[in-house]
Design a binder for this molecule. Structure first.
Ligand code: ST9
Ligand code: ZN
Ligand code: ZN
Length: 340
């Protein structure tokens, strides 16, 4: 009868109301405390990513163990070579070329860097660049995808484990991406990413040791996981450590710092205070210290062969003036190392 229907309906409402309340009370435990003036918003954990990264990191530790227990040396050397190549795809490719347009590249170099970037599995170029441009435009705010104000863990990997803050989407819309939409290599990679990425990141790197020097498939798999986990963590250090520990010779009002260790581990991407002040410099640092910036060495070599051109950089007097005006006083062109 209609009376029972009504009763059932209202009971359902009560039930639904309760479960929503329960959900909310569960979530309040993970409410993010942002600066007191800002309204609180709720984290939404993406469990798929939590489990995926847990697996990658656990498998990486086992891969490390296997390195000393039955893995062939060639397999180790191969995975290190793959790591270096994938790093170039991120530093020279996604970062300096596509995100910042710090130089121009002929199509064979663009194609090579696109493949390298695919090996790194850090999302396709278009998505990587969009997040990165939004990071530069809205650094240290809620619209920054890996806002360093939310602490080491969030800016390191936590931001990949939760849904993005609404500001990232809303303010992110103001970033122009038309140059990438007009680059056929970027568009092609985006379209085929779900096919290309597993091949380039996992299947081919794992198959080569098995086929060419009879590596055990499981050894090859876990060492591949180790290579991927290391390259992710090194990259993430730019967003975490290089926004926390170091000097600010160029602009003391922003969180990015100069961090030598991050530069060493990321092929030259640790000179992050400079990079945020002069993002269009193809060196991503003031000094082309090849020792700690071999991405610059790679790009200079490409330029010598005509594959890269229009390399943008910043004259020292401009840097000097800017440092004098906004730096923390540690800038010194000649003994910048001692100052650190
Ligand atoms: C990874 C990336 O690790 C690492 C980047 C590091 C960058 C470092 C930079 C430093 C310099 C370089 C250093 C190199 C050193 C190399 C050394 C190597 C040895 N703007 O994202 P969705 C909109 S990836 C504008 O799903 P959710 C947009 O409409 C690791 N709009 O948000 C979008 O739709 P569509 C592997 C934006 O649902 C929609 O929102 N990958 C923006 O909140 C939904 O977007 C993974 O683990 C924006 N910025 O999910 C996957 N963003 O795309 C991780 C979004 O259709 N990702 N919109 O246009 C995910 O699972 C999800 O993105 C999520 C957020 C759960 C994190
Ligand atoms: Zn940054
Ligand atoms: Zn950048």
């Amino acid at each position: 009868t209609s009376a029972t229907l009504f009763l059932e309906a209202s009971q359902q409402n009560v039930h639904q109301g309760k479960s929503t309340a329960e959900k909310e009370s569960n979530q309040t435990s993970s409410v993010q405390k942002s600066s007191s003036s800002k309204p609180k918003y709720q984290w939404q954990i993406v469990w798929r990513n939590v489990f995926a990264f847990l697996y990658v990191h656990t498998a990486a530790v086992y891969g490390f163990y296997l390195l000393f227990n039955g893995t062939r040396f060639y397999t180790f050397a191969w995975s290190m070579a793959i790591m270096v190549i994938s790093a170039l795809g991120i530093t020279a490719g996604a970062h300096r070329l596509w995100a910042h347009r710090a130089y121009k590249a002929r199509w064979p170099l663009r194609f090579f860097l696109m493949i390298c970037q695919t090996i790194a599995f850090q999302n396709h170029i278009y998505e990587w660049v969009r997040d990165h441009r939004v990071h530069h435009k809205f650094t240290d705010t809620d619209a920054d995808p890996h806002n360093a104000k939310r602490g080491f863990f969030f800016s390191h990997m936590g931001w990949l484990l939760v849904r993005k803050h609404p500001d990232v989407m809303n303010k992110g819309k103001t970033v122009d991406m038309s140059d990438l939409e007009n680059d056929p290599i970027v568009v092609w990679q985006k379209r085929l990413y779900l096919l290309l990425m597993p091949l380039c990141t996992f299947i081919i790197p794992m198959w080569v040791p098995c086929y060419f020097w009879n590596e055990k498939p499981l050894n090859s798999w876990y060492v591949t996981m180790m290579r991927y986990a290391i390259s992710l963590n090194f990259t993430w250090l730019v967003n975490s450590a290089a926004h926390i520990w170091g000097m600010k010779p160029y602009d003391k009002s922003i969180s990015p710092v100069e961090n030598k260790w991050v530069a060493i581990l990321t092929a030259g991407e640790g000179w992050h205070n400079y990079h945020h002040v002069f993002p269009w410099d193809y060196k991503a640092g003031e000094l082309g210290f090849y020792k700690m910036n071999w991405t610059t060495l790679f790009l200079d070599t490409c330029a010598r062969f005509g594959l890269a051109y229009d390399m943008k950089t910043v004259p020292t007097d401009v840097i000097k003036k800017r440092s004098g005006r906004t730096g923390d006083g540690t800038w010194d062109h000649h003994n910048i190392e001692e100052a650190r």
